[in-house]
Design a protein around this ligand. Sequence first.
Ligand code: GLN
Length: 192
Amino acid sequence: MLTIGILDLQGDVSEHFALTSRALNKIDNNSTVITVKNEHEASFCDGIIISGGESTVIGKLLEKTGIKKVIISENIPVFGTCAGMVLLASETDHDQPLLNLIDMKVKRNAFGRQKESFEEEIEVLEEKFTGIFIRAPVVVQVGEEVAVLSILNDKIIAVKQGMHMATSFHPELTENTRLHEYFIKEVLKCVE
Ligand code: GLN
């Protein structure tokens, strides 16, 4: 029985909530999804998902709310999409607060501005997936512990390190629960 939290400080939270509920139903009916706005709610979570949005804003709020402290001290697995990927990084091309949970350097807005947003068929975990990229970051450097899960035109767009994972694109804006299921299975490994 798991509790998966969707960080609810800014960004496309409801889409993650809906897709995570569907993914959880496929795996374990007794599990729940909650939104996380403060450190108390974060402390209930076995895993936390950080949505797209604006990573500098979310990073500051993670510190102000005390949620960052809970994630780090309780060793909670995190899945970050887009801005969430930026926040998981150890380094970016901006000066901003980070979680520093994946040993990688990320370049923000690497495909250009909002109007350069695009959708592309990509391959993740050996299956086709619709990648939706909105002011998306890319990973420009990874440490030895990092597994690369997907590459698009020589650019790293999905990674995993231990129990944490990150994508440049937005699986929550598709109907495909596969990456959410994958994360939930990683979280299950941590609680078993
Ligand atoms: N460019 C944004 C950032 O770096 C992320 C955009 C998004 O999450 N869609 O914070």
